[in-house]
Design a protein around this ligand. Sequence first.
Ligand SMILES: Cc1cc2nc3c(=O)[nH]c(=O)nc-3n(C[C@H](O)[C@H](O)[C@H](O)COP(=O)(O)OP(=O)(O)OC[C@H]3O[C@@H](n4cnc5c(N)ncnc54)[C@H](O)[C@@H]3O)c2cc1C
Length: 309
Amino acid sequence: MATEKLIILGGGPAGLSAAIYASRENFNPLVIEGYSPGGQLLLTTTVENYPGFPEGVQGPDLVSDMRKQARRFGARFVQENVTDVDFGARPLKVTAGGKQYGAECVIVATGANAKMLGIDSEARFVGKGVSTCATCDGAFYKAKQVVLVGGGDTAMEDALFLTRFAAMVTIVHRRDSFRASKVMQDRVKASSRIKILWNTVVEEIKGDQKVSSVMLRNVLNGQINEMNTDGVFIAIGYSPNTAPFKGSLAVDENGYIVPRDEVYTNIKGVFVAGDVADHVFRQAATAVGSGVKAALAAREYLLGLEYEK
Ligand SMILES: Cc1cc2nc3c(=O)[nH]c(=O)nc-3n(C[C@H](O)[C@H](O)[C@H](O)COP(=O)(O)OP(=O)(O)OC[C@H]3O[C@@H](n4cnc5c(N)ncnc54)[C@H](O)[C@@H]3O)c2cc1C
């Protein structure tokens, strides 16, 4: 088993930014990028809030260019999922695709996945009216009708945020009460631009090229109704991709890695970046920023090891 200087886990904006910095520093990083090279931005179309693109940029193009930039300076890529790590000894060990890799330093940037409703039609419309990111896509729904699914604090925040654009936000919730904090519920209930459908679930999302309606089922009486809508926002939570790190890295009750001083972890030489440790901001630009910070912290660590030698 050869020992790499730096292995970056994850090929989304955080991992790729770390790879750009680390490869320009001649650390020749190996990026184990998983099965979604590019990450969550592959699931969207126009990104309008990423700095430097006044006309917007397609999410997949943005990450593809980041990848090219990292490759240009020597980053190498392996398209496998990390399934196990051993951070208890040196070199640090990472298992991916049945192969074990050794590393002096590791940056974990495996991101997160939005929880979906689990209905067949939603995948068809991701980026075409179905979104899991109100902050990212709310502005596309000026004066439009949107449905938002969820009942926690994030759902309430998203619904309130969407009222800045949409003519009407209809919250669809499967129970007869929200689990969000009272203060957030009160704000939502006070909004004239938010309607709530209790005891209701989305059965199907319909449309041609884009979403045009949803089929809603009342869970109490089974009645099904079609409702016209321009968009469906799914706000039922995120799952951070941390399964391989549990037991090695400190994670919170929702599975997010708990960073120290932004990008450090409880293990020396293991750094973290992006959505895998961020349940608050979850933006491409913030992931990029933390990827850069993680690469700079990794550089300091690796140079320290060189001096010791
Ligand atoms: C529909 C949608 C639209 C969005 N629109 C915008 C927008 O307009 N503007 C904006 O700023 N942000 C937007 N975002 C948010 C943005 O995409 C994320 O904040 C950002 O991608 C997070 O980057 P990341 O690198 O931390 O993680 P991710 O993008 O989640 O990337 C994670 C990477 O880790 C890899 N991985 C996962 N598990 C493993 C494993 N076990 N082993 C190895 N690799 C693994 C994946 O393959 C992937 O390459 C949007 C998100 C979604 C879902």
